[in-house]
Ligand binder design. Structure first.
Ligand code: UDX
Length: 426
């Protein structure tokens, strides 16, 4: 099968390479020349473990190539995956401008029957919109079908999530086309949910919103744990062993960030309003999430007193470990609060280079924490779990560690004379 993947972001690049693994020939299309040149040279322009090796393997085997030429790419394909971005609009909804542009191009250049698969996270009804745009531009009335196949991969786990999904959701008004798409995934063992496009589209928003809800639930409970002197991680353990609840997404911290949860929860709230439904539970999820960085700063201020002129080390800029993505990263909000309070901010991240002029970035942790009044863990990087805390204690000015991700062992820190503050930790 000749597959075209449009949009070479995390989802598109991973989808293309996983389809190569399934034995298909893939072309990756993007309007960004730099991205395409970099991918053709075997270089990933973003950080995602394991994906770079797969890229080189499939380039060498000539299973994949990348281009900016849309006409040839569209005409040479049997199946087209739309993986372009759907950024947040001013009104909180997903902006479909890239999806519309791609649909227009497909309509203009379509030359024989094709299946168009929408993988981008799109509002309910987008499959219909895409169908209409293709039809309007498809002067020779060449037949085609549109199928919705939302992607559930996580940054930092993109490859394993895409290769071993929990489920595959395929929606279409034409079950024959849906079946053909399902056949692309025959080597995978995941259950396949065959449904309508609208349902498939809503499943994606519902899933991300529910996961965000779990996180906000545990984060709100962690505030209670702080007051009651109870360990939130033990609550998560005790709850998560119940199969009906499950252990995942119950890790308290600084709140969720990234390119998906904040955007998708907002989009579901605004879309629901269009249908006269107020999903107030999700409004609460957002407001709890937004309160977490300030809650953390207040904790720091309670110990340090005035934050003005205090030297603070912020460890971690990415919204979570395993990625160089800082979109909606709680760490950036924390830095903003610190700068507003006129603290002197020193930062470290194993993969992200900060573009902020007001902060000083270091390439190793010990230099970052030298002479600081407090160390703030803002991303759950493995490197921070493995730190030599004896060394840290020797170089800091004041031995205060604020663990915004609950990744450190309080007793170990206590042994070397460091005062530990976690989230919802006694
Ligand atoms: C998410 C969804 O998981 C994925 O299915 C979808 O396709 C895209 O959005 P991603 O944004 O890459 O993936 O990250 P994820 O691992 O889900 O984490 C999202 C945020 O929640 C991160 O900021 C993370 O730190 C936070 N989180 C996650 C918690 O605070 N606690 C948890 O227990 C889990």
């Amino acid at each position: 099968m000749n597959v075209l993947v449009i949009g070479m972001g995390y989802v598109g690049t991973t989808t293309g390479l996983v389809l190569c693994e399934q034995g298909h020939k893939v072309i990756g299309l993007d309007i960004d020349k730099n991205k395409i040149n970099s991918l053709n040279e075997g270089k990933l322009y973003f950080y995602e473990k394991g994906l770079d090796e797969l890229l080189i393997t499939h380039l060498n085997r000539e299973n994949i190539s990348f281009t900016t030429e849309s006409m040839d790419a569209i005409q040479g394909s049997d199946i087209i995956f739309i993986c372009v971005g759907t950024p947040k609009n001013e009104d909180g909804k997903a902006d479909l401008k890239y999806v519309r542009e791609v649909a227009m191009l497909i309509g203009r250049y379509i030359n024989n029957y094709k299946i168009i698969v929408i993988k981008s996270t799109v509002p309910v009804g987008t499959a219909e919109t895409v169908t209409n745009i293709i039809m309007e531009n498809n002067r020779d009335h060449i037949p085609f079908d549109v199928v919705s196949n939302p992607e559930f991969l996580r940054e930092g786990n993109a490859l394993s999530d895409a290769k071993n999904p929990d489920r595959i959701v395929i929606g279409s008004s034409n079950m024959e086309a849906a079946k053909m798409v399902s056949e692309l995934f025959t080597n995978m063992t995941a259950p396949i949910v065959m449904t309508t496009s609208k349902t498939a589209e809503l499943v994606k928003y519902a899933s991300n919103s529910f996961l965000a809800l779990k996180i906000s639930f545990i984060n709100e409970l962690s505030t209670l744990c702080d007051r009651m002197n109870i360990d939130i991680d033990e609550i998560s353990l005790g709850m998560g062993l119940d199969h009906r609840i499950g252990p995942y997404f119950l890790k308290a911290g600084l709140g969720y960030g990234g390119s998906c949860f904040p955007k998708d929860v907002d989009a579901l709230i605004t879309t629901s309003k269009d249908y006269g439904v107020n999903l107030s539970i999700l409004e609460q999820v957002v407001s709890i999430n937004e309160s977490k960085p300030l809650y953390f700063i207040e904790k720091v201020a309670r110990t340090l007193g005035e934050l003005k002129n205090k030297r603070i080390a912020v460890l971690g800029l990415a919204f979570k470990s395993g990625t160089d993505d800082t979109r909606e990263s709680p760490s950036l909000r924390i830095i903003e609060y610190l700068l507003n309070a006129q603290s002197i901010v020193r930062v470290h991240d194993p993969v992200v280079t900060s573009s902020m002029k007001e902060v000083e970035q270091f390439t190793n942790v010990i230099d970052t924490v030298r002479e600081v009044d407090a160390v703030l863990i803002c991303t759950d990087w493995e490197e921070y779990k493995q730190l030599d805390w004896n060394k840290v204690k020797e170089v800091v000015k004041q031995p205060f560690v604020f663990d915004g991700r609950n990744i450190l062992n309080k007793d170990e820190l206590k042994k070397v004379g460091i005062q530990y503050h976690g989230i919802g930790k006694p």
